[in-house]
Design a protein around this ligand. Sequence first.
Ligand code: SAJ
Length: 411
Amino acid sequence: MKSVSDYQTICVMGLGYIGLPTASLLATKGFSVTGVDVSQKVVDTINKGEIHIVEPDLDILVKSAVHSGNLSASLEPVEADVFIIAVPTPFKDGGPDHISGKKPDLSYIEAATKKISPFIKPGNLVILESTSPVGTTDEVVAEILKQDGHSIGEDIYIAHCPERVLPGRILIELVENDRVVGGINESSTDVAVEFYERFVRGEVLPTTAKTAEMVKLTENSSRDVQIAFANELSMICEGEIINTWEVIALANRHPRVNILNPGPGVGGHCIAVDPWFIVDRSPECSNLIRTAREVNDAKPEWVIERVRKCADKFKNPVIACLGLAFKADVDDLRESPAFDIVKKLKALNLGELLVCEPNLKEHDDFKLCTMDEAIKKADIVLLLVDHKKFKGFKAVELNEKILIDTRGVIR
Ligand code: SAJ
């Protein structure tokens, strides 16, 4: 059987925001990597050395990985020393259950595990990187492989190593961040730790699979709760006609206070999703986590209500909507509260909308215009995303216009 230092071939299941950067990083570190995806279009794009997602410097990395011959994409898995599962874990269809919240959909993990099973041999390492409810590595991945006749934990190692990279900084954080690695038994942990130490500069921290799963959910839930606190505060301050950002800046001068920033809501595919995985398993103990989700999910409606009240003061208001992305300086609109707000404003027909998203050239639903153009014509300026490009102008330049700054960037 091979030892970890002999591992040379890797099969990465899922070529999205985590799988593709991981596969290309490993390829440039000298591993021979096959990336597997269910989409023919994604496979063809990557095999041409191109990318289908936006992330700083990923295009250069993928191009060089493919051209070196160390990275290729395929619809089917191949035999390898290490299998990395990096597929999505979304919600099941249907709204939140009133007791346990939204339910995780583990079908992608199940499908990926079943697909690699025929290619797994003694000595292989199987890693689950997808954010997963507690128990998934043991109860889903290991269980499926066990049922397929593999001798799990004896000569096949299985571990969870949750991804924790920040969109916009993925390539830096893949290497620099500390990693938490939890095996289904001690030998799996040891093998997986040794594998990550071959390409990660941060510290690789050993634990159990269940703890590693909980750590990841804890990280994102903790951020969600903190943002919910800031969002709730912003609504309280608005009622008191106090500037929230001044309150936060001054409170944060206390040595043990560190409040995050309010916004129009919480977007992205992680922070607004993962806390529900905790609530789903422990509904009776997770009131705070659940309430934070509900506070953050309610924020877009609160913003829309503010716009509606302002719009009522005009006959045919022109509303400049600054930003569509889910957060600053990315072009990603998926699960974006800003995009959600602009779509709802359009449906409400409150006035003429001028939409500006400097990170996009065009959009199917909205004709985009420049920031200057939008502000010049607007009666109401609605700032939704704290993009660097929006930080340049001052409130005094707006003259009589009404400003609704959901991110507190305009001074
Ligand atoms: N946001 C605020 N106020 C803040 C900070 C963020 O409203 O003070 C909003 C953002 O505008 C955005 C949302 O929260 O809509 C999430 O943005 P983010 O930058 O906090 O996080 P993500 O979703 O891009 O990435 C997170 C990261 N998790 C943590 O920081 C704990 C990242 O490290 C994870 O790898 C990622 O989730 C993931 O994949 O789970």
